[in-house]
Structure formats: structure tokens, C-alpha cells
Design a protein around this ligand. Sequence first.
Ligand SMILES: [Mg+2]
Length: 437
Amino acid sequence: MHDATEDAARTDRIQGVLLGAACGDALGVPYEFGSAPLGRGEVPRMIGGGLGPYAPGEWSDDTQMAVVIARVAAVRGLRTVDALDAIVTGWVDWLAAGATDVGTQTRQVLGAVAAEEARRAWSAAASASTGLHGRTGRTAGNGSLMRTAPVALAFLDDPAMLTLAARWVSEATHHDPLAGDACVLWCHAIRRAVLDGAVPDLAAVLGELPADRRDQWADWIADAERRTPSAFAPNGYVVTALQAAWSAIRHPVGDGPPLVASLGAAVHAGDDTDTVAAIAGALLGAVHGASSLPEEWLGLVHGWPGLRADDLRDLARRVAERGAADAAAHRVPDELVEVAEHLVARGLGEGHHFFVKGRPVPGGLSSEYIGIRALDDGSYEVWYSGDRGTPRALVETPDWAVARQGFVDEVESLASWRGDWRAQVGSPRHPRWWRRR
Ligand SMILES: [Mg+2]
């Protein structure tokens, strides 16, 4: 059990996530792409201007898009396809009425969704993003990482679901898997920081990524720890944006408090200053808490849709509370968690190849998948779901070992049939999928 002091400190860190991001955003806005000069050694200030132009302390699209996610998460959680649809619809409305600026990819994807008036907004957005990726090969911008922080607050008590949801929210506009990877990494870092009150070891959350990209990310993280933030400009690419933000946290400038010094370093990275500082600010706020933000900033910070610092505090707290209630209601039995982790460790994707009951997978993510669930009578059901229609039971048994083996075999078979597993765990001479049937 937490005592009251611990609870208050944790709430402070929860509130620090949204407020830290918003303050970083507003601090970086004046200097975005060199809008205002920032001399070497000069301390950045919330003077407004930038690409808006913005009022002093006003946040930009980074925080605006994050607020849309947070408002959905606070009211309905982030566990259903309806919630993902509500986020995308919220962004479409924002683009029509509230956006002060918007990234290129995001504008294209949301524009396509608006034109289509699709019933399923998340699916339509993810499809538009996939199409954009097919035409240009370029959907790894920093625009999904910049807004991802509220997702972490929604799953403080459910790390497995956090991994899934961070990627789904990213994929709405950014098809490239690297954008999803960055959101997964940063959300887990934020979660750890809120729980522990310390700067997390970023390398320690690499296990949340697909096995074949962990080494690459470990190299990128190590590089960010070796060099100062300006080494990672331009930072419109999601990888260099994450590197610049992480480098700023590891290489603060000036002798102010750590959060202020690191946000200064993030702005001094140059280029997309508001986004790098918003990304860094979410994690710094999670580590040090909202109470570590200067009073002057808290008095100035504000933005669409007419919110100020206290509104973000309230929103962050409500997202975390809703997330905690959902996690309690959707607890997945330990044995199902174990087998899901086992499959992910083998390079198979939850939400792509398989489904564990208690972690809903939005329709449209995958045309077919295999699932496993615990039944009320203590037995287990392995099931298959095709393009449409209700899931069909493949195995029903009271014996966990039998259910587990049946589930693993079916997932391997599906992945092999799709041909997207071979590169990771099969070999051309001994393809694993020949083993079955
Ligand atoms: Mg911005």
C-alpha cells in the first residue's frame, strides 16, 4: 500500500507528464526552425512567436494533439476501437477548427479521413497512413512521438496493454514501425519514471520492441547518451527526435534544476525545438513532478482548447484514474500473460498474430488472428477469428498445458502462413511452419 505522501508524490509526477510536455512545447515554440535567435549560453524563454505566431506560453500542435488523446482516455479509457476512433475524430475536428499548425504526414492522413467520412475513423486513418507509406516510403516523422505521453498515463498499471496501445495510437497517422517503436519506448520510460520517480534506464525497456529491432534501438540510445542534443538535428525524423530528447535529459545545460536545465538543452538542440522539448518534457515531468516546474512557466502556459496549467493537472489525474480502474476490471490471468510474453519474445506480434482476452484488439488491425482466453469455469479456449463473423473455438480444455501448446502452435502457423515470421525465427532450410499438420 502507498502512504499518503507517496500517493501525493505520484500524483505530482502524473501531472508532470502533461505539464512537462506542455511547458517544453511552449518553451520551444519561439525558436522552432530558427524563428527567434537563441545565442549559445542563452536561456530559452516563453516569449511566443514561432510558426503560429503564438502568444507567450502558448503551446502548439504537439500538446493540442496530446490533449485530444488525454480527453478520450479520461472519459472512456484507451482499450477499445471506439476510443481509438474517438481520438482520430477528435483530431479531424481539431484540424478543422483548432489547429495552429500541423505536421505534413498528420495533415495528409487526417485530410483523407475527413474527406472519406468513414464510419471507423481509426481504421480509415491507419489505412491512409499505410497508403502514404506505400507511395512515399516516409512516415517516420516525429509527429506521433510528440503526442504520445497521455497513452502512458492510461496504462500505468498495465504495461502489456501500454505496448499495444502506444503503437495503435501511433499507427493512426504514422505507418512506419519505427514511429511505433519510439512511442512504445517513450511511453514505457514515462511509466517507469512515474512509478519510480527517477530517470529510467531506456535500454531496460527495449524488451517491449520486436526482437529484430532491439539491437538497432540499443545503438541509437547509446549514441544519444554519448553526444549532445545538437548532434541529432535535423530532428524531424522520429529516431533523431527521440535521440535529441534523450540526449537533452542526459546532458543538461546551465546550473538550474535538472528539469529546467534539460529542457534548455532540448531547445538548444535546434530545428524542431518545440517537439523535442515536448518529448523531453513529458519524461522529465514524470521524473521530477509538476511541482518542479517554475511558477513563471505554470502561470504562462496555455493553449487550445482554452486550457491552462490547472486544467492539464486535472486531465492527467483523470486519465490515470480511469486507466487504473480499467486495469483492475480487465486483469488478464498470469498464465495468459506468460504465454503472450513468450510469443512476443519469439518475434510474434500481439495484436497482429494473436489476441489475449482482456486486451482488446481493435477491428481492422488484423484481418485474422488466434486468441486465447480463460473461461469462467476455469478452463481455457483457443479460438480463431477470420475476416468477419464470430470467433470459432479450436480447442477447449481444462488442461493449461494442452491449451498453451495448442495456442502457440496456432499462432506460429498463422504467422508462418503470412510469411512474416520466417525472417525472424525460421530458416530457409528448416521453416518452422512445416512442423505443424
Ligand atoms: Mg509544434
